[in-house]
Design a protein around this ligand. Structure first.
Ligand code: ZN
Length: 80
């Protein structure tokens, strides 16, 4: 039986939002991904298509993009 390498669908996102603690811009980059495989199914129990996966990744990334983050140092100061 051959081994399959499942195709990984990726979406790269970035954000540049002010840190809520110090007000300076914080740049972040993140790659969202899902594999296209026979076990990755949607709510209708159908194998997700590449387009469906891309749409999900875009929604996920959009939520992440509008969520401000603290600099690691600002976070440490906020919790101390
Ligand atoms: Zn900060």
């Amino acid at each position: 039986m051959p081994t399959y390498r499942f195709h990984e669908v990726k979406h790269q996102a970035s954000k540049n939002l002010p840190c809520p603690a110090c007000g300076k811009k914080l740049r972040r980059q993140r790659t969202f991904s899902q594999t296209l495989n026979p076990f990755n199914k949607n709510a209708d129990d159908q194998v997700k298509t590449e387009l469906e996966i891309v749409r999900e990744l875009v929604v996920e990334a959009a939520d992440w993009e509008k969520e401000p983050e603290l600099h690691p140092r600002c976070r440490a100061e906020a919790t101390s």
